[in-house]
Design a protein around this ligand. Sequence first.
Ligand code: MSP
Length: 502
Amino acid sequence: MTKKTYITTPIYYVNSVPHLGHAYTTIACDILSRHLRQKGVDVRFLTGTDEHGANIEKSAAAKGVSPKEWTDEVSAKYKALWKTLNISYDAFIRTTDPAHEHVVQAIFEKLLKSGDIYLGSYSGKYCVSCEQYYDESEMLEGGICPVHKKPLTEVHEETYFFKLSRYEKPLLTYYQEHPDFLSPKYRANEIINFVKGGLRDLSVTRTKVKWGVPVKSNPAHTIYVWFDALINYISAAGAGMFLCEGDKAEHEEKLALIKAENFDQLWPADLHMVGKEIFRFHTVIWPAVLMALGMPLPKKVFAHGWWTVEGEKMSKTLGNVIDPAELGAKYGVDPVRAFLFREVPFGQDGDFSMTSFKNRYNADLANNIGNLLSRTLNMVSKQQPQLPQVIDVDVEVVEKIAATEAAIDRAYEELAFDKVLEHIYAYSADLNKKIADTKPWELAKTDPEGALKILLEVIACQRKTAEWITPFMPTIGAEMSKRLAAGPIEKYAPLFPRIADK
Ligand code: MSP
């Protein structure tokens, strides 16, 4: 059985509604999946929602509904947004899926048996919002949470620990032997230094959090939300069957709820795409858990940067949270998708501004790709009403297509989505220049055959452009291909109507 290319987004918290930041990670995976599928690769693209923990319990209480009702509602909002944004995911996991919960419990018991999880106690400071303990070196002066800037709570409690300390050396060796695991490269050192600084065992249960997966052998404890969440990548891939021991029939019934998967065909994942703030969870804790389970590790974890909006952090309090669906309704979903990946080198932080969005829209889409399409179709139609299926082009044209495609493929391999778009837009700009230089509308008066040859050649090239833009702009790519396909030329509205300055 051949291995599929398994790509995952993080699973999103359902304590508030999705925004531009969540859409960014998901669209990135969608673009990559669509590109790979175009190349004939068998892709499995997983996304989902992270639904346990005190924060979610709190959001539900604030709305006066049960956690279950609340998670159903918000999870559905994510699904609806992904539909609007044309996300081609293959599977959607929710951590409240009984089959996932079952796998989490089974893994916990397995690690308890192997000694990788043990019962201990914790005394110190805890942040209720982070659902995390902080030690002296991490907290702000006066016992303040470094994230929420609120006083930490003093706790003394029984908790299970995962023996993270055991995996310090194996992790460092793994990073060294798999240089692509920590991507992009400039984010690797921070992780390596963190691990070299020494790993402490990790508390993986809570007694105060009710909305979580109970420890099977000691239900007074629920499992820490991150421990639960990371497991989604394997539970959704069908890891359950061989992890669960004991009553086979009971397991089978629960696991049947996850669509039958062939684990070996999916695992190890080829790529976990994550935001930079959750890189450490995915590159330290997660691989250590997998090592403890004796499972192969994901091939790559890639951390992208964060968006600010008009120079400010996106926040509800500032009221500057961008709803990608709203933006898409106004300017088209496809231009929004493309903008996010042209504006900022993938991996780095970026700032979203309407000015920059409009400028790029007009320059790259309306004036470049859109204008070329309407001009050439218009001019060709004056000479012949019909486009042929096969267009003969000169060898230099074939070579340029091949070179551009090779550059695009290389950029995809580095996940440099900005470079992919740069190559496509530059290619289209060259075609525009060719039209400007050769002036087929004038040439047609003296050499109609020569003019037609140039125009048809540019049509052939645009068929490639349409194919290349499709992973970023699926609807527009298809529409462009349709307009350029063999058959009578029709009159169409502009692909990208210009956005007026005011
Ligand atoms: N539930 C955890 C992930 C568990 S994965 C096993 C979580 N969820 S989240 O809802 O906070 O969403 C995380 C994703 O959204 C990250 O990839 C993060 O980078 C992305 N973004 C959220 N806000 C963002 C920006 N302002 N800019 C870019 N991406 C950001 O963490």
